[in-house]
Design a protein around this ligand. Structure first.
Ligand SMILES: Cc1cc2nc3c(=O)[nH]c(=O)nc-3n(C[C@H](O)[C@H](O)[C@H](O)COP(=O)(O)O)c2cc1C
Length: 181
């Protein structure tokens, strides 16, 4: 027996992405986004959906680029903070003592202390309603040695990505377990 929950944005899991951009003055900014994910394999593309009200929205349109830094469980407080305040009024890097690094491939910064980074060139913009969907073509993915497994693959249990639950607004660990089937 299933109960109708109504027309809601409710799927599991949603990611915790930290979207990095530069503003007009070149100030680095980061915002948390859970409305996003992989959207094309070839060319490799990632989508994030942002409200026009965010500072990041204008930054992406102006710079035609963004990065995604993946926070681990160790950085849940900073990831939450990035989603609560706006870069219009605060320098979030200074406030959290995290380090912005200029991407060499796209016109956007990423978070040095986060172990997994995706660098994206803006490829498409779709107006969906409240949110604008930005499709970024992936120029490179960078990962710390410490989160790599043998053979050049990423090890999810070392990346320790967060999962966000849109209904309870809670953060959860990704209890990664390799299922044998
Ligand atoms: C876990 C989490 C996920 C969020 N996901 C989104 C999202 O996908 N799209 C969006 O527009 N805002 C999202 N937000 C809200 C923005 O992060 C928030 O408005 C932020 O202050 C915008 O920063 P900016 O003005 O510096 O760009 C999220 C917030 C949190 C805490």
């Amino acid at each position: 027996m299933k109960k109708s929950l109504g027309a809601k944005t409710l799927v599991y899991p949603t990611p915790v992405f930290v979207v990095g951009t530069y503003d007009k003055e070149g100030k680095p900014n980061v915002m948390t986004a859970s409305w996003g994910g992989i959207c094309c394999s070839q060319p490799p593309c990632i989508a994030v959906s942002l409200r026009k009200a965010t500072y990041t929205h204008g930054n992406i349109l102006a710079r035609k680029a963004f990065t995604i830094s993946i926070p681990s469980e160790d950085h849940v407080r900073q990831a939450d903070y990035f989603g609560l305040v706006s870069g219009r009024s605060v320098d979030k890097f200074t406030a959290t003592k995290l380090t912005p690094v200029r991407s060499e491939l796209v016109d956007a910064p990423y978070v040095e202390e986060f172990s997994l980074i995706v660098e994206c060139k803006l490829a498409h913009v779709f107006e969906l309603g409240l949110h604008t969907q930005f499709i970024g073509e992936v120029m490179d993915v960078k990962a710390e040695d410490s989160v790599m497994a043998k053979g050049g693959l990423l090890e999810i249990t070392k990346v320790k990505p967060l999962v966000f639950a849109p209904d309870t607004q809670g953060y959860y660990e990704c209890a990664a377990q390799w299922f044998e089937y």
